[in-house]
Ligand binder design. Structure first.
Ligand SMILES: [Zn+2]
Length: 180
């Protein structure tokens, strides 16, 4: 993913946070999905072949009143589930066109995504997830609060944003605040 795409994704998450009045840190990702018109389902089986799944519900009469369904493995930790849901929301906006490209959203294209592999779409969805859960400005503020001398306490940052330590640490590296 190039720098321009990274910037586009980070700006888009800012717009979504403002538009849907999402409070940072996000303490309950399922509430965010509800606000966006979707539903989250936990499944024991999905973990066998995928870390997460999203599908459009175009014909509401068949499925439900929800515009989209996200399925997450029930055995993931809460922090992991938050990131998985945020990742699937990345597919929703970036690759399914939700709220952004009505023609794409209403078409039969990109009806569903599985979370697996390292394709460009997967990387974009991961960037979206990191930017939604840890917006740059808030990240810097919390990083500064939890830095003593040259040591950044990434576990404290992770705790604040309800993400894994790996996710918090990677975000700091991509933003250029932490050394690789
Ligand atoms: Zn994915």
């Amino acid at each position: 993913m190039n720098k321009e795409m990274r910037n586009i994704i980070n700006n888009l998450t800012q717009d979504i946070i403002s538009l849907f009045d999402i409070q940072i840190p996000i303490t309950n990702m399922i509430d965010v999905v509800t606000k966006l018109g979707g539903i989250v389902i936990e499944s024991d089986e999905i973990g066998l072949y995928s870390d997460g799944y999203i599908e459009k519900n175009l014909s509401k009469s068949i499925q439900s009143d929800y515009n989209f369904t996200i399925v997450i493995p029930s055995n993931q930790s809460d922090n992991r589930q938050n990131f998985t849901i945020a990742h699937e929301l990345g597919h929703l906006f970036l690759h399914m066109g939700y709220y952004i490209d009505e023609e794409l959203w209403l078409s039969d294209n990109n009806m569903s995504f599985n979370r697996m592999g390292h394709s460009e779409t997967e990387l974009q969805a991961n960037e979206f997830a990191a930017a939604l859960l840890m917006p740059k400005k808030e990240y810097k503020k919390i990083l500064d609060k939890n830095t003593v001398g040259n040591t950044a306490y990434t576990s404290k940052i992770a705790e604040y944003f309800h993400v894994s330590v790996d996710a918090a640490s990677n975000r700091g590296k991509w933003l250029g605040y932490l050394a690789w």
